[in-house]
Write a protein that binds this ligand. Structure first.
Ligand SMILES: [Zn+2]
Length: 467
């Protein structure tokens, strides 16, 4: 079932093995002036490399600078004499998680809206993502030029937190989705096909070969308008002329079907109104369309009011800002969610379809990414949402290794990133060190002991993090 995806990852692996071999040859002269070795070795852990393959027991990872130089069994990898060695027996090391669908600067505490697109707020969210093991986050829409400033600062090492990718432009409908209070240039709502094409050209002029987000949904019939096929067909056509990829918010199968036929690159949510059928599966495969299920999204509408046991655990509490914690602990708020009689059943049904559909599409070999829509509303909690999503993927019937593959190697592939997502020579040393074995029990992924980002340990357990 995993074969088609793994076949695509494999040539990348071979490519980076080659790079790794080159790095080995040149490493001898790469000793710092102060005599300290720039090489760090993680020894003795089980390695889940992000390709979907079985874990490698008792492994050695050699890190040089920001990247992985070598990985292999303990008896086959030569540990440089000058290396700093960290013993990790009994632990598991995995690639840092990559989110393909999150949002930055759209919430603060219990409040949502474009007014929160502020440096300090986004910086806080980036630190939270990273503390929970999400080392790369895609802000899929509502972005402003500030994103690129912060992106650069993270890459230069002057701003701590997750690495950023983003959809530059966002195009919605004048009387339809998204039902969000956007500010400044976060969102355009063109009224005609020509205006839509112009909006795409503007995005492309800023970020050629970038990513563009559109919305095709009426939010369960609550919005009067929905972007018509002629408009998104024109948007996709114009985007592709400029090398820009298009990610579409969807909910309904029929919209997803038309979007795929129109050449959309990424479905940014799962199909949640009915089961997908054979012709849809075939179209997804023929077009090579990516699918980001965002299973946890619908759950956020009711799960916190139901107060499952995990809400008392430090792993959850440390991801929740004080104002939000107060709301979640308020019995009146919980009662208001549960008593409305519609929210919970509607979203439970959507989640059920989403679970079934991701399993069917995954089994059929459709390309599947990883995302949660974290940060879009206060209840889609950065970092925590990604761990919840992995659990839901296993609930859908994927094995823990398959779920982890989506959140690492596959998520990198969706973004066209060949520098991360796998533990392989030449890739970035973005790593999670966890207790236990998440390939057997996905819950062990929460037992984070250390997060590494670009070759450096940047945090310990998420419970050291204060939101
Ligand atoms: Zn979103």
């Amino acid at each position: 079932m995993l074969q088609p995806l793994r076949r695509r990852v494999f040539p990348l692996l071979l490519g980076s093995l080659f790079l790794g071999a080159l790095a080995c040859q040149s490493s001898v002269r790469n000793v710092r002036a102060d005599g300290a070795s720039p090489v760090t070795v993680l020894r003795g852990a089980r390695v889940i490399d992000g390709s979907g393959g079985p874990p490698l027991e008792n492994a050695v990872i050699v890190i040089e600078g920001t990247n992985i130089r070598e990985v292999g069994p303990v008896d086959r990898v030569v540990v440089p004499a000058s290396a700093r060695v960290i013993e990790l027996e009994g632990k598991t090391v995995l690639p840092g998680l990559i989110s393909n669908h999150s949002h930055l600067g759209m919430t603060d505490g219990t409040s949502a809206g474009g007014q929160h697109y502020q440096r300090d707020n986004i910086a806080r969210q980036l630190r939270q993502f990273e503390a929970y093991g999400v080392t790369t986050v895609t802000s899929l829409g509502f972005n402003m030029p500030l994103l690129y400033e912060l992106q650069q600062e993270v890459e230069q090492g002057t701003l701590p937190g997750a690495s950023i990718l983003g959809a530059d432009g966002s195009i919605g409908h004048p009387s339809g989705a998204p039902p969000v209070k956007a500010v400044g240039g976060q969102l355009q709502r063109p009224g005609s096909v020509e205006e839509a094409r112009a909006a795409v050209r503007e995005v492309a002029s800023r970020r050629p070969k970038g990513l563009l987000k559109i919305w095709v949904d009426d939010f369960n019939g609550t919005l009067p308008g929905k972007m018509p096929p002629e408009m998104y067909t024109a948007i996709i056509d114009e985007a592709h002329r400029h090398g820009v990829r298009v990610a579409a918010h969807v909910h309904y199968l029929e919209d997803a079907r038309r979007l795929v036929a129109a050449g959309v690159d990424i479905l940014a949510h799962g199909v949640r109104d009915q089961e997908v059928d054979e012709s849809f599966v075939r179209a997804m495969k023929t077009h090579g369309t990516w699918y980001i299920p965002t299973l946890g999204l619908n759950e956020t509408f009711y799960i916190f009011a139901e107060r499952p046991e995990w809400m008392a655990e430090p792993f959850f509490r440390h991801a929740v800002q004080p104002a939000l914690a107060q709301q979640l602990d308020d019995p009146a708020w919980r009662a208001s969610v549960l008593q409305d009689g519609k929210t919970a059943p509607v979203n439970k049904r959507a989640l059920e379809f989403n679970l079934k559909n991701v399993k069917a599409l995954h089994d059929a070999g459709v390309r599947i990414g990883f995302g949660t829509d974290s940060g879009a509303t206060p209840l889609r909690i950065p970092g925590f949402a990604e761990h919840r999503e992995l659990k839901l993927l296993t609930q859908a019937g994927l094995t823990p290794l398959q779920a982890l593959h989506l959140a690492t190697g596959s998520a990198a592939e969706l973004l066209g990133l060949q520098d991360r997502g796998l533990i392989a020579p030449g890739r970035r040393a973005d790593l999670l060190v966890v207790q236990g074995d998440p390939s057997k029990d996905i819950a062990d992924l929460e037992r984070i002991e250390a997060v590494w980002h670009r070759g450096r340990q940047v945090s310990g357990a998420p419970t050291d993090f204060t939101p």
